[in-house]
Design a protein around this ligand. Structure first.
Ligand code: UD1
Length: 420
């Protein structure tokens, strides 16, 4: 078991460089199987989830090399339509391979990903979309068998703007005859990045970033090497902002598009933090004492992201007043609450609502990371707590943050990792 040991009462100061977006990298890596060719992709975060996605591709006959945040992927040798069950269980978002593999090989065999730490996470919208586009899907003993029967572009209305379902449908529809329209599509910047990547490959997609995406089926002729650079991670940027906001700090967040995380910066401004943008750098100054915000609701983009809910909660745990959080995206995303309580936080949850009474200070404790963002929240709480905190099971955190400990150390945080 690997843990972080964090000495509390830190002030954050310095510069942090934000890495590539996890949620943009994963679907873009998946989409390299659409067409057998070579891809050189920059700004890929060096995190467990990405490495597992490469392992899946290698397992299917592709060749991947990954160094210094640059991936060279050759998918010409893809020789299987079977996505390893063992690996799918490790990385739930590998379900986005479904559309891409179906497009390339006309069939797919992939394990049903099942629930995870943050909720049930059904994939009914993915399957409904693919079926409407002409895929026959049957499930036997937890394995989904898909085969392409009558493929044709069509209109797909998503009941909810699911990020994964939008991506899966995009990846299958790009090569179909006719046009596909996705209505009520997810609008996240990562969807826009996927569109950009696919258009760089030669496909024809427009509308990403709005709720209607138009895909004109295209049979690719040009198979030259594709070069691409992934956008930066708005949630990583939000996490550092969240840490700086609740301590006496001045940090410079570099390499991030501020427009991508406006819903996060505006909340922290409301809470009393000073945020300005200068030459592509977001400068955060805080006196360390935030004001509570009466009601915050997580929503699909451009609303406040569920992926920031835990970190925001850690920040507001020492704010002046009461903050009420409503988690509307996932049904059980409060596993960090009992851990924050061990550190002295006063938080009550009723279903999807959490009531956070700001306390004067937190204290160090031994706590357990239960999921990626909840783990980051514990690190934030530990940085401002009195005394020493041990955060266990940090593999959850390393799944999604590239070089987290070093970046924090550069900002002056006293943090080390130990293995037991
Ligand atoms: C993606 C992100 C994740 C983020 C989430 C919401 C990646 C790799 N992951 O996850 O970090 O927290 O978006 O912003 O990009 N749902 C259904 N049926 C479906 C699909 C989804 O009911 O077929 C529900 C989910 O259970 C959840 C909600 O819709 O309650 C949002 O899920 P979705 O947008 O699909 O999230 P993911 O793509 O899984």
């Amino acid at each position: 078991m690997e843990s972080f040991i964090i000495e509390g009462r830190n002030n954050l100061e310095g510069i942090v460089e934000i890495g590539g977006s996890k949620n943009a990298a994963l679907p873009i890596i998946a989409s390299t199987v659409l067409c057998g060719r070579e891809y050189i992709i920059e700004n890929i975060p060096d995190i467990e989830d990405v490495r597992m996605m490469f392992e899946i591709l290698d397992n299917m006959g592709c060749e991947t090399q990954f160094e210094n945040n640059i991936a060279i992927i050759d998918t010409r040798g893809l020789n299987s339509h079977v996505v390893s069950e063992k690996l799918v269980k490790k990385i739930r978002s590998s379900i986005i391979l479904m559309g891409a593999v179906l497009h390339r090989t006309n069939s797919v065999e992939i394990a049903y990903p099942g629930g995870c730490e943050i909720g049930l996470r059904p994939i009914d919208l993915h399957l409904k979309g693919l079926k409407k586009l002409g895929v026959e899907i049957v499930e036997k003993k937890g394995i989904l068998y898909g085969s392409v029967k009558n493929p044709l572009g069509c209109e797909i209305q998503l009941d909810y703007p699911s990020v994964g379902a939008t991506e899966n449908v995009m990846l299958f529809a790009v090569g179909l005859k006719g046009k596909t329209y996705i209505y009520n599509a997810a609008k996240e910047p990562e969807i826009f990045d996927l569109q950009n990547f696919l258009n760089t490959c030669g496909y024809k997609i427009s509308g990403a970033g709005t709720s209607i995406i138009e895909i004109e089926g295209t049979e690719l002729q040009n198979k030259d090497t594709v070069e691409y650079k992934i956008i930066s991670d708005r949630i990583e940027a939000g996490t550092f902002l969240s840490a700086a906001a609740s301590m006496k700090s001045k940090i410079y967040i570099r390499n991030i598009e501020k427009a991508h995380f406006n819903s996060i910066t505006s909340l922290f401004e409301e809470a009393g933090c000073e945020i300005r943008e200068s030459h592509g750098t977001v400068v955060v100054s805080s006196e360390g004492k935030l004001k509570a915000i009466e009601k915050v609701t997580t929503q699909p983009y451009p609303g406040f992201p569920t992926d920031m809910q835990a970190q925001f909660m850690a920040s507001m745990s020492t704010a002046i007043g009461t903050t009420i959080l409503d988690e509307t995206v996932f049904e059980s995303r409060y596993k960090h609450v009992p851990e924050l309580q061990k550190m002295g936080a006063d938080i009550t949850t009723i279903g999807r609502v959490a009531v956070i009474e700001g306390v004067e200070k937190l204290h160090g404790a031994e706590v357990n990371a239960k999921d990626l963002r909840g783990g980051a929240a514990l690190v934030i709480a530990a940085m401002k707590a009195e005394g020493i905190t041990k955060v266990n099971d940090i593999y959850h955190i390393n799944r999604g943050y590239d070089n987290f400990m070093n970046k924090l150390q550069n900002l002056g945080v006293i943090i080390t990792s130990i293995e037991e």
